[in-house]
Structure formats: structure tokens, C-alpha cells
Design a protein around this ligand. Structure first.
Ligand code: KIV
Length: 281
């Protein structure tokens, strides 16, 4: 299967063919998603909450992101691999934002980076694009600053805040972003943005009228049970499956039922006798 390019995603929007995106933070999960035919693998900074055990995404560092992006790279052959720029990696100087974006490309082998909207982000996003690095924007609920903005609820529920989000999406497109994540905004606002932008929109908790959809893979698989956002559809309950498997293993080891003959290699008797005589001499 041919590798997915940014041009392919833009064609999909023109043809009205939905784009699929999921998160991965390690090689085996990235490989499974890639082989299943996902279009975009996002090494999201949701890493912090679902894998590293942080309360929010704000403690996630560049070094942690790069470590996981490199692992995901080893599993992805076909999908477009996008690295999520963590909090503070693009909020200082523009030069630092370009340097950190470049690390995702040069050190981790990502094809693009994602930045959450913040006031003035356009300068950094433009500089990253001008450096030759494709940028995906992210508007609506922006988890890195959610706590300071009143929590993890919906955004754009009144005309004034919705029109701010529309303007943010347009301004990120204007500086050269190739796609836009729309997180937790009403379906009609997502539809409006999708209609206005020429680049694809990828929704999360923003209804069906986006050019594509993304969710955190651990939510979809039932692997993150601290809380489940309302918009998530669970396709599996792997937490339960893992708990059952671990309980069965513990039971078998305690009962002497594992390892059994089929899991055990023995030594030919003459070799064992030789070993015994060597040990005795
Ligand atoms: O960090 C992440 O996983 C994300 C997606 C939810 C879009 O930003």
C-alpha cells in the first residue's frame, strides 16, 4: 500500500472521503493501527494522561514526546505520522518553536507536527511552515490550557465563542497549516469551519460534519478507565481482557499449572548426566 501523503488527505476532502486518525505512543500499537489501514497516526501529548499517568498533558516534555514518537515511527509504514508539540515547546520564542518542530522531523522521523491554538500562535506556526515542516492546527478545546480556561468541557457553545474559534481556524489555515483538529465544539460550528476551510478538518467530539475523525486509541479500546469522554464510542474492553488474563496467569502459577510440559524444554538425559558429573568433579 502506498504511503499516505498530505496531498492524499487534501484529495480526500475534495472527494468527500472521510479521513481516519488515531493516537499511538509505541511501536506495536502504531504497527497494529497502520496495518488496519489508519490514514494518520498521531503521537498525541495525551501520552501524558493515558500512558505516563499524569493528571493533565501539561507536564509532558519534548524528550518524552520524542522517545515515544521514535518508537511509533518504527511501527508505521503507510500512515502519515504526526508529532504533537507539547506545552511550552512552542509557546516561548518562534526560534525555539521551529527548533522543537524540527526535532520531531529529524530525530523522530515524523512527517508533520501539530500545535494547539493559543493567542499569537500564528507567528510560530508560520515560521515552522516556512522552515518546510507541515503543521496541523488544533482549535476548540485545547487540553494544554484547558485547566486555565475553565476545564475540559465543550467550547464554542455561544455565538461569540464559536465565532472566535472559526477565526482561529481560518488564521491557522492562512499561515499554511495543512489540516485542523476541531475538538469538542458543536456539530454546526464544526460544519461551518469545515465548509469555510480548504484544508481538511479532523473532529474529536465535534460531530459528523468534519472531513475526518480522531480519538485517543486508549479510549476506543477501553484501556484508559480514569474517565471516558461522552463522545467516545468504545470498540473493545481491553482493560477487562487484560485483568482477566493477569488473574488467570496468577492463578495458574500459584496452582503449578504454568509452565506446563508444552511451555518447558528439557535436556536430553545423557547431557544432564554429563552436567551432574561435571558439577560433582
Ligand atoms: O493529544 C492528543 O491525543 C490529541 C488528540 C486528542 C487530537 O491532541
Amino acid at each position: 500500500m502506498a504511503q499516505i501523503t498530505i496531498a492524499d488527505l487534501q484529495d480526500r476532502k475534495r472527494r468527500g472521503e472521510p479521513i481516519t486518525m488515531l493516537t499511538a505512543y509505541d511501536c506495536p500499537m502504531a504497527a497494529l493501527l497502520d496495518r488496519a489501514g489508519i490514514d494518520v497516526v498521531l503521537v498525541g501529548d495525551s501520552l501524558g494522561m493515558v500512558v505516563l499517568g499524569y493528571e493533565t498533558t501539561t507536564p509532558v516534555t519534548m524528550e518524552e514526546m520524542l522517545h515515544h514518537a521514535k518508537a511509533a515511527r518504527r511501527g508505521v509504514a503507510r500512515a502519515l505520522l504526526v508529532g504533537d508539540m507539547p506545552f511550552l515547546s512552542f509557546r516561548g520564542s518562534v526560534a525555539e518553536a521551529v527548533k522543537n518542530a524540527g526535532r520531531f522531523i529529524q530525530e523522530a522521523g515524523c512527517e508533520a507536527v501539530k500545535v494547539e491554538w493559543k493567542p499569537g500562535i500564528e507567528d510560530a506556526a508560520k515560521a515552522i511552515v516556512d522552515a518546510g515542516i507541515p503543521v496541523m492546527g488544533h482549535v476548540g478545546l485545547t487540553p494544554q490550557t484547558a485547566a486555565a480556561e475553565g476545564g475540559f468541557g465543550m467550547r464554542g457553545m455561544d455565538a461569540e465563542s464559536a465565532s472566535r474559534i472559526v477565526a482561529q481556524a481560518v488564521s491557522l489555515q492562512d499561515v499554511g497549516c495543512f489540516a485542523m483538529v476541531l475538538e469538542c465544539i458543536p456539530d454546526v460550528v464544526a460544519q461551518e469551519i469545515t465548509g469555510r476551510l480548504t484544508i481538511p478538518t479532523i473532529g474529536i467530539g465535534s460531530g459528523p460534519h468534519c472531513d475526518g475523525q480522531v480519538v485517543v486509541t486508549y479510549d476506543l479500546l477501553g484501556l484508559f478507565d480514569r474517565f471516558t469522554p461522552k463522545f467516545v464510542k468504545r470498540y473493545a474492553n481491553l482493560s477487562e481482557a487484560i485483568r482477566e488474563a493477569a488473574t488467570a496467569y496468577i492463578r495458574d502459577v500459584k496452582a503449578g499449572a504454568f509452565p506446563g510440559p508444552s511451555h518447558t524444554r528439557t535436556m536430553p538425559p545423557e547431557e544432564f548426566r554429563k552436567l551432574q558429573s561435571e558439577l560433582e568433579s
